[in-house]
Write a protein that binds this ligand. Structure first.
Ligand SMILES: [Zn+2]
Ligand SMILES: [Zn+2]
Length: 268
């Protein structure tokens, strides 16, 4: 049996926008709707509590940024059969507001983050307003408090997390973004987070327009796809509504350990 027995992609929020907002260069379909979904992911293994990947954002951030919460995260976790109090490990792919907004839901967890990511989020680079915009101060401060309470585990580059779960750095969108590679029955499934917001960022070879280093971001997209064995069906982007559409889904929870019922290549 493969070490990872199930992966849930739990959708908790949505943002309506046009295609022009999703690419680092002009696109032909710029004025067509291309909304973003927001997810957290849960990795299940036999005999272990689920590992949560990212923690979403709450009502306050949603109101401040005009995002719509489709289901509070705690309810999404419950509907996936997960008790947030029993979670022991949370992997933070990066520290943008939509990935670290609910740290307090997991009082018993260790938070796994790249050295470079927390260093950046508390560095002089944050003095620059456009660079700072996708971060929120409060979750970064909460993470620093978790650090002082021995609840942060640092990773420096590629790392083996647990049998069947590996961390691979794909920087560019942020300084220390890590993707999560999971060994499932159907092979390696890569939770790419914002290494690729949308499948279209990869197929058009155009990254999302938020980055600290655009050239690195392009390489990161390529690396994420390589880690997925070159297969779009094995890469799970951070914000693509196609995840709910193409994978077996119930109650806005997609089983991405299973093969998609519609191959992703047919949607592009
Ligand atoms: Zn991001
Ligand atoms: Zn994001």
């Amino acid at each position: 049996m493969a070490p990872v027995t199930r992966i849930d992609a739990i959708r908790y929020a949505r943002h309506e926008r046009n295609a022009s907002a999703n690419f680092a260069a002009p696109v032909d379909d710029h004025d067509l709707p291309m909304p973003l979904d927001y997810f957290v992911w849960a990795i299940h293994r036999e005999g272990h509590p689920p590992v949560i990947v990212d923690t979403g954002f709450g009502e306050q951030a949603a109101a401040a940024r005009g995002r719509i919460i489709t289901r509070p995260l705690v309810e999404g976790l419950r509907d996936a059969g997960i008790d947030h109090l029993s979670v022991e490990d949370v992997i933070l792919t990066h520290l943008h507001y939509d990935h670290v907004g609910s740290l307090s839901l997991f009082p018993n967890a260790k938070f796994h983050v790249q050295d470079a990511e927390l260093a950046f989020a508390t560095s002089r680079r944050v003095c620059d307003q456009p660079t700072r915009a996708p971060f929120d101060a409060e979750p970064v401060a909460q993470l620093v408090r978790k650090l002082y309470a021995d609840h942060v585990v640092f990773h420096d580059g590629d790392d083996e997390f647990a049998p069947g779960i590996a961390l691979r750095v794909c920087p560019g969108h942020t300084a220390g973004l890590q993707v999560v590679c999971c060994e499932t029955e159907r092979g390696t499934v890569v939770l790419a987070s914002d290494a690729a917001h949308l499948y279209a960022n990869i197929t058009r070879q155009l990254p999302f327009p938020i980055f600290v280093d655009e050239a690195e971001y392009r390489e990161a997209q390529e690396r994420a796809l390589e880690l997925a064995g070159g297969s779009l069906d094995h890469l799970i982007p951070g914000h693509d509504p196609l995840v709910l559409k193409c994978f077996p889904t119930k109650d806005d929870i997609a089983r991405v350990d299973l093969p998609p019922h519609t191959p992703i290549s047919e949607t592009q």
